[in-house]
Ligand binder design. Structure first.
Ligand code: URA
Length: 237
Protein backbone atom coordinates (compact mmCIF):
# COMPACT_ATOMS: atom_id res chain seq x y z
CA UNK A 1 0.00 0.00 0.00
CA UNK A 2 1.29 3.49 -0.83
CA UNK A 3 1.49 5.89 2.11
CA UNK A 4 3.01 9.30 2.63
CA UNK A 5 6.57 9.11 3.92
CA UNK A 6 5.78 10.98 7.17
CA UNK A 7 2.93 8.56 7.89
CA UNK A 8 5.18 5.59 7.20
CA UNK A 9 7.71 6.93 9.72
CA UNK A 10 5.01 7.67 12.28
CA UNK A 11 3.45 4.22 11.88
CA UNK A 12 6.89 2.69 12.40
CA UNK A 13 7.16 4.56 15.71
CA UNK A 14 10.12 6.71 14.60
CA UNK A 15 8.39 9.95 15.62
CA UNK A 16 5.06 11.71 15.56
CA UNK A 17 3.89 12.72 12.10
CA UNK A 18 4.83 16.36 12.69
CA UNK A 19 8.28 15.43 14.02
CA UNK A 20 8.72 13.03 11.08
CA UNK A 21 8.12 15.96 8.71
CA UNK A 22 10.98 17.83 10.40
CA UNK A 23 13.24 14.78 10.04
CA UNK A 24 12.43 14.59 6.31
CA UNK A 25 13.08 18.30 5.79
CA UNK A 26 16.36 17.95 7.70
CA UNK A 27 17.53 15.36 5.15
CA UNK A 28 17.65 12.51 7.64
CA UNK A 29 15.41 10.16 5.69
CA UNK A 30 16.18 8.21 2.55
CA UNK A 31 14.10 6.00 0.31
CA UNK A 32 15.87 3.19 -1.54
CA UNK A 33 19.21 4.84 -0.83
CA UNK A 34 18.29 8.39 -1.94
CA UNK A 35 17.74 11.21 0.54
CA UNK A 36 14.21 12.57 0.21
CA UNK A 37 13.34 16.04 1.49
CA UNK A 38 9.94 16.46 -0.16
CA UNK A 39 7.02 16.13 2.25
CA UNK A 40 4.25 13.95 0.96
CA UNK A 41 6.51 11.66 -1.05
CA UNK A 42 4.67 8.36 -1.38
CA UNK A 43 6.32 5.09 -0.47
CA UNK A 44 5.15 1.52 -0.79
CA UNK A 45 5.16 0.03 2.69
CA UNK A 46 5.99 -3.44 1.31
CA UNK A 47 8.60 -2.83 -1.38
CA UNK A 48 10.37 0.48 -0.64
CA UNK A 49 13.27 0.57 1.79
CA UNK A 50 13.12 3.59 4.06
CA UNK A 51 16.07 4.58 6.25
CA UNK A 52 16.34 7.11 9.05
CA UNK A 53 19.83 8.27 10.06
CA UNK A 54 21.20 5.52 7.86
CA UNK A 55 19.27 2.76 9.63
CA UNK A 56 16.53 0.75 7.97
CA UNK A 57 13.07 1.53 9.34
CA UNK A 58 11.03 -1.59 9.93
CA UNK A 59 7.25 -1.10 9.98
CA UNK A 60 5.57 -2.09 13.23
CA UNK A 61 3.97 -5.46 13.36
CA UNK A 62 1.94 -4.65 16.40
CA UNK A 63 1.12 -1.60 18.44
CA UNK A 64 1.45 -1.27 22.19
CA UNK A 65 -0.31 1.28 24.35
CA UNK A 66 0.96 1.95 27.85
CA UNK A 67 -0.17 4.15 30.72
CA UNK A 68 2.55 5.23 33.16
CA UNK A 69 2.00 6.96 36.50
CA UNK A 70 4.89 9.37 36.13
CA UNK A 71 6.48 10.44 39.42
CA UNK A 72 7.87 13.93 39.94
CA UNK A 73 11.59 14.09 39.22
CA UNK A 74 11.53 12.42 35.81
CA UNK A 75 11.85 14.12 32.44
CA UNK A 76 9.55 13.20 29.57
CA UNK A 77 12.18 12.64 26.92
CA UNK A 78 13.84 9.57 25.57
CA UNK A 79 17.28 10.93 26.56
CA UNK A 80 18.03 13.87 28.85
CA UNK A 81 20.94 16.21 28.11
CA UNK A 82 21.67 16.52 31.85
CA UNK A 83 21.41 12.77 32.49
CA UNK A 84 18.40 13.13 34.78
CA UNK A 85 16.10 10.09 35.10
CA UNK A 86 13.70 9.83 32.17
CA UNK A 87 10.28 8.20 31.94
CA UNK A 88 11.88 5.60 29.67
CA UNK A 89 13.78 4.28 32.72
CA UNK A 90 10.38 3.20 34.11
CA UNK A 91 9.23 1.20 31.07
CA UNK A 92 12.52 -0.55 30.27
CA UNK A 93 10.96 -4.00 30.18
CA UNK A 94 8.82 -3.17 27.14
CA UNK A 95 10.73 -4.33 24.03
CA UNK A 96 8.83 -2.21 21.49
CA UNK A 97 10.19 1.27 20.70
CA UNK A 98 7.51 3.28 22.47
CA UNK A 99 7.64 7.05 22.92
CA UNK A 100 5.76 9.40 25.24
CA UNK A 101 2.56 11.01 23.91
CA UNK A 102 3.13 14.68 24.68
CA UNK A 103 4.85 15.79 27.82
CA UNK A 104 4.57 16.20 31.56
CA UNK A 105 6.93 18.62 33.30
CA UNK A 106 9.78 17.35 35.46
CA UNK A 107 7.85 18.38 38.58
CA UNK A 108 4.41 17.13 37.42
CA UNK A 109 3.16 13.62 38.21
CA UNK A 110 0.36 11.52 36.79
CA UNK A 111 -0.93 9.91 33.64
CA UNK A 112 1.48 9.66 30.75
CA UNK A 113 0.68 7.56 27.70
CA UNK A 114 3.42 5.88 25.69
CA UNK A 115 2.98 4.09 22.39
CA UNK A 116 4.61 3.06 19.12
CA UNK A 117 1.44 4.05 17.24
CA UNK A 118 2.45 7.32 15.58
CA UNK A 119 -1.06 7.92 14.28
CA UNK A 120 -2.54 7.89 17.75
CA UNK A 121 0.24 10.15 19.04
CA UNK A 122 -0.55 12.58 16.24
CA UNK A 123 -4.27 12.41 16.97
CA UNK A 124 -3.86 13.00 20.70
CA UNK A 125 -1.33 15.81 20.49
CA UNK A 126 -2.82 17.84 17.63
CA UNK A 127 -4.62 20.86 19.14
CA UNK A 128 -7.43 20.69 16.54
CA UNK A 129 -8.74 17.50 18.15
CA UNK A 130 -9.26 19.25 21.50
CA UNK A 131 -8.71 16.16 23.63
CA UNK A 132 -9.51 16.96 27.26
CA UNK A 133 -6.67 16.61 29.75
CA UNK A 134 -7.69 16.68 33.40
CA UNK A 135 -5.37 17.74 36.24
CA UNK A 136 -5.55 17.91 40.00
CA UNK A 137 -3.83 21.11 41.00
CA UNK A 138 -3.07 22.25 44.54
CA UNK A 139 -2.87 26.01 44.16
CA UNK A 140 -1.97 28.81 46.52
CA UNK A 141 -4.88 30.83 47.91
CA UNK A 142 -8.56 30.46 47.06
CA UNK A 143 -9.58 31.03 43.41
CA UNK A 144 -12.80 33.08 43.26
CA UNK A 145 -15.54 33.32 40.65
CA UNK A 146 -13.45 35.75 38.64
CA UNK A 147 -10.63 33.18 38.31
CA UNK A 148 -13.16 30.50 37.33
CA UNK A 149 -14.56 32.82 34.65
CA UNK A 150 -11.14 33.71 33.32
CA UNK A 151 -10.50 30.01 32.75
CA UNK A 152 -13.87 29.77 30.98
CA UNK A 153 -12.97 32.55 28.56
CA UNK A 154 -9.37 31.46 28.13
CA UNK A 155 -6.34 32.95 29.87
CA UNK A 156 -3.61 35.05 28.23
CA UNK A 157 -0.30 33.22 28.49
CA UNK A 158 2.83 33.97 26.46
CA UNK A 159 0.88 36.66 24.58
CA UNK A 160 -1.82 34.29 23.31
CA UNK A 161 -5.18 33.37 24.82
CA UNK A 162 -5.72 29.71 25.65
CA UNK A 163 -8.76 27.78 24.49
CA UNK A 164 -11.63 27.83 27.02
CA UNK A 165 -10.72 25.74 30.06
CA UNK A 166 -12.40 24.61 33.24
CA UNK A 167 -11.41 25.40 36.82
CA UNK A 168 -13.38 23.57 39.51
CA UNK A 169 -12.84 24.04 43.24
CA UNK A 170 -12.67 20.70 45.05
CA UNK A 171 -11.45 21.41 48.57
CA UNK A 172 -10.34 24.26 50.78
CA UNK A 173 -7.01 23.28 52.34
CA UNK A 174 -6.39 26.51 54.23
CA UNK A 175 -3.32 28.05 52.62
CA UNK A 176 -4.07 26.06 49.45
CA UNK A 177 -7.08 24.97 47.39
CA UNK A 178 -7.39 21.64 45.62
CA UNK A 179 -8.78 22.22 42.11
CA UNK A 180 -9.70 20.16 39.08
CA UNK A 181 -8.49 21.80 35.88
CA UNK A 182 -9.45 20.69 32.37
CA UNK A 183 -7.64 21.93 29.26
CA UNK A 184 -7.79 20.90 25.61
CA UNK A 185 -4.35 22.00 24.43
CA UNK A 186 -0.85 21.00 25.43
CA UNK A 187 1.10 24.22 25.51
CA UNK A 188 4.36 24.41 27.43
CA UNK A 189 3.67 24.45 31.22
CA UNK A 190 0.15 25.50 30.34
CA UNK A 191 -1.64 24.76 33.61
CA UNK A 192 1.11 26.32 35.71
CA UNK A 193 1.11 29.46 33.54
CA UNK A 194 -2.69 29.75 33.59
CA UNK A 195 -2.78 29.48 37.37
CA UNK A 196 0.04 31.97 37.69
CA UNK A 197 -1.87 34.36 35.40
CA UNK A 198 -4.92 34.31 37.70
CA UNK A 199 -2.65 34.81 40.75
CA UNK A 200 -2.98 31.30 42.20
CA UNK A 201 0.33 29.60 41.46
CA UNK A 202 0.51 25.82 41.43
CA UNK A 203 2.10 24.04 44.39
CA UNK A 204 1.61 20.51 43.06
CA UNK A 205 0.23 19.21 39.77
CA UNK A 206 -0.96 15.75 38.72
CA UNK A 207 -2.65 14.65 35.48
CA UNK A 208 -5.49 12.25 36.19
CA UNK A 209 -7.10 11.74 32.76
CA UNK A 210 -6.61 12.08 29.02
CA UNK A 211 -9.89 11.87 27.12
CA UNK A 212 -11.90 9.04 28.69
CA UNK A 213 -8.80 7.26 29.98
CA UNK A 214 -8.24 7.77 33.71
CA UNK A 215 -5.20 7.11 35.89
CA UNK A 216 -7.34 5.46 38.55
CA UNK A 217 -5.38 3.84 41.36
CA UNK A 218 -2.27 2.92 39.35
CA UNK A 219 0.65 3.34 41.78
CA UNK A 220 3.24 6.05 41.21
CA UNK A 221 6.14 4.79 39.08
CA UNK A 222 4.11 1.82 37.77
CA UNK A 223 2.70 1.21 34.30
CA UNK A 224 0.01 -0.93 32.72
CA UNK A 225 -1.18 -1.70 29.20
CA UNK A 226 -4.37 0.02 28.08
CA UNK A 227 -7.45 -2.12 27.57
CA UNK A 228 -8.87 -2.48 24.05
CA UNK A 229 -11.78 -0.35 25.15
CA UNK A 230 -9.45 2.44 26.29
CA UNK A 231 -7.50 2.34 23.02
CA UNK A 232 -10.74 2.49 21.05
CA UNK A 233 -11.99 5.44 23.07
CA UNK A 234 -8.74 7.37 22.48
CA UNK A 235 -8.86 6.68 18.75
CA UNK A 236 -12.45 7.89 18.59
CA UNK A 237 -11.93 10.91 20.80
N1 URA B 1 0.53 21.84 32.36
C1 URA B 1 1.64 22.10 33.07
O1 URA B 1 1.85 23.23 33.51
N2 URA B 1 2.52 21.12 33.29
C2 URA B 1 2.34 19.86 32.84
O2 URA B 1 3.19 18.98 33.07
C3 URA B 1 1.18 19.59 32.11
C4 URA B 1 0.29 20.61 31.88
Amino acid sequence: MEVRLQKFLADAGVASRRKAEELILAGKVSVNGTVVTTLGTKVDDKTDEVSYNGKKVVPNTHFVYVMLHKPEGYVTTVKDQFDRPTVMDLVKKIPERIVPVGRLDYDTSGLLLLTNDGDLTYHLTHPKHKIEKVYLAKVFGRPDENAVNQFKWGVMIDGRRTEPAKLEILEDLGKYTMCRITITEGRNRQVRKMCEAVKHPVATLKRVATGDVALGDLAKGKYRFLTEEEVRSLKNS
